[in-house]
Design a protein around this ligand. Structure first.
Ligand SMILES: NC(=O)c1ccc[n+]([C@@H]2O[C@H](COP(=O)([O-])OP(=O)(O)OC[C@H]3O[C@@H](n4cnc5c(N)ncnc54)[C@H](OP(=O)(O)O)[C@@H]3O)[C@@H](O)[C@H]2O)c1
Length: 284
């Protein structure tokens, strides 16, 4: 049995889908299993990474677990709690979804969000694998409304390049690590095959869609106001501002060969992701 947390999300849902397609026994944790739309044969468990008892109950009888536990600056302890719950429940192998740049002091507070969970995994005595993906290609789904309306989408990252990674590749690496003990003790930094700035991603998307994808660069003040207007705490907004600065200054201009090393094939390009998701940007 493999327990997947974050099972209805970007990475977790694809981990569930890929494991189920391979005939693995999967249990999917969700706050609302009725809305989870799980593949046939996947067992649903109700719970939440901030509710330790629910996580421990869901992990009972599982041999491996995929851990998604950080959604903001206040989740460090809950993320660590996922690792502890796995150990308590007798899980043997864990794969933790972390983030590129974790522990890099130049990333400021943002670089600490996954640190506790990573340290807990390394110290757990379990077979552990840490996945540190770069920016997901799917983040550009936040441009859908603007693209449909023909208005500029906001860009918080300036011309800073990132090794944009296809979430399907992240999920495929997670599945490999969940199934194969040879990935134990490894920390993989997962990127696409090239680095791209937001304007370069917009140009690729425009080419795929056959219409312009304009961006509107936000000043730091505009950026902060948008984050506050979205209801984020000062602490949260500070973290995202620090990350945006780091990216703008070229700190995340990084490509690795880790996807190729694990999967034995090149990482997917942003263009491939855009071609496969073009329908999401089509007018209603
Ligand atoms: N986006 C990126 O570019 C990027 C890059 C590197 C690393 N990461 C890391 O990837 C992780 C997120 O992975 P993901 O995108 O697959 O997750 P996600 O889609 O945002 O969320 C996964 C699931 O977790 C539950 N969830 C979402 N927000 C929550 C919240 N605020 N509190 C509690 N539960 C919540 C939801 O499930 P239910 O409603 O079913 O419970 C959701 O379907 C984060 O830890 C992030 O640091 C992201």
């Amino acid at each position: 049995m493999i327990l997947v947390t974050g099972a209805t999300g970007t990475i977790g849902s694809d981990v569930v889908r890929q494991l189920a397609a391979r005939g693995e026994k999967v249990r999917a944790l969700s706050r609302d299993p009725a809305k989870a739309h799980l593949p046939a044969g996947v067992e649903a468990a109700r719970g939440h990474h901030r509710d330790r008892a629910s996580v421990e109950a869901a992990m009972a009888g599982a041999e491996s677990a995929f851990l998604v536990g950080v959604f903001g600056p206040d989740d460090a302890e809950h993320d660590r709690g996922l690792v502890e719950a796995a150990r308590t429940a007798g899980v043997r192998r864990i794969v933790k979804l972390s983030a590129i740049g974790t522990g890099d002091p130049r990333l400021g507070v943002f670089g600490t969000w996954h640190l506790h969970g990573e340290e807990a995994a390394r110290a757990s005595g379990l077979e552990w694998t840490l996945l540190r993906p770069s920016s997901f290609a799917s983040n550009t789904l936040s441009w859908v409304a603007a693209v449909r309306e023909g208005t500029p989408a906001p860009n918080m990252m300036g011309a800073g390049r990132q090794g944009v990674v296809d979430p399907r590749d992240v999920a495929e690496v997670a599945v490999a690590a969940l199934l194969d003990p040879r990935h134990a003790g490894r920390t993989y930094t997962l990127t696409g095959p090239e680095t791209l700035s937001a304007p370069e991603q917009a140009a690729v998307l425009a080419d795929v869609l056959g219409r312009p994808v304009p961006l509107h660069g936000l000043s730091p003040q505009e950026r902060l106001e948008q984050l506050r207007a979205a209801g984020l705490s000062e602490h949260y907004a500070d973290g995202l501002m620090a990350a945006a600065r780091f990216i703008q200054e070229g700190g995340n201009d990084v490509v690795t060969g880790d996807v190729r090393e694990v999967l034995g094939r090149p990482a997917r390009t942003y263009r491939q992701w855009a071609e496969d998701h073009a329908s999401a940007f089509a007018q209603g």
